[in-house]
Design a protein. Structure first.
Length: 197
């Protein structure tokens, strides 16, 4: 009985290891959520927005993926520097940027657990005004995309991601550029968990 149990455990372990290794090599895409930091670069003083977002990517080759993402920033961050330290405070904002972007991502090290990538996306950024809670504010911002203050946006960026099996973390840093009386450059950083499938 012990031999049959040991044999079953060895065979089961081999099958599980083989399926996990083949799943890592056969990477169809990934989905994830992220915390978003969006810094309006052409205001004085500069305004820092924070929020949340989601992303989905589908691989067209081992080194190229098509990605779509949306982020909603509903809070502002105020940071003050003093001679004896730094204070920071998050406050619900009435101006709430909503951005949606789509484009390719070019990956190095596509088959391993650690990847570096470049991305270039196109889309829009919408500036809505709301005093509602974040969920209701998001719904009204999506409803106001065609009638609100919506601007064409471009996003060149770089990032890194690391995976442990299908689960991982991703960090993106880039410049979300929109156009309003000229070019407006804005720092955008996102970080969060992702799942490969």
């Amino acid at each position: 009985m012990k031999r049959i149990l040991c044999l079953a455990l060895v065979i089961g372990s081999c099958l599980l290891t083989t399926s996990l290794l083949s799943a890592q090599e056969y990477d169809h895409g990934e989905v994830g959520v992220f915390a978003d930091y969006f810094r309006l670069g052409q205001t004085n003083p500069q305004i820092n927005f924070v929020g949340v977002g989601g992303r989905a990517a589908f691989n067209v080759s081992p080194h190229v993926a098509l990605e779509a993402e949306m982020a909603y920033n509903f809070e502002r961050n105020y940071t003050n520097t003093f001679t004896n330290g730094v204070t920071t405070q998050f406050v619900r904002s009435s101006v709430r940027p909503l951005s949606a972007l789509f484009g390719p991502s070019f990956k190095a090290g596509a088959s391993g657990p650690f990847r570096v990538f470049l991305t270039g996306k196109l889309g829009f950024v919408n500036f809505s005004s709301s005093s509602q809670n974040p969920g209701a504010g998001f719904q009204s911002a999506v409803g106001g995309i065609t009638t609100g203050d919506t601007r064409f946006a471009m996003y060149p960026g770089v990032g890194v991601e690391g995976f442990w099996g299908p689960f991982g973390l991703r960090l993106d840093v880039g410049d979300e550029i929109y156009f309003l009386n000229g070019t407006r450059n804005n720092v955008k950083v996102s970080f969060g968990p992702h799942i490969r499938f």
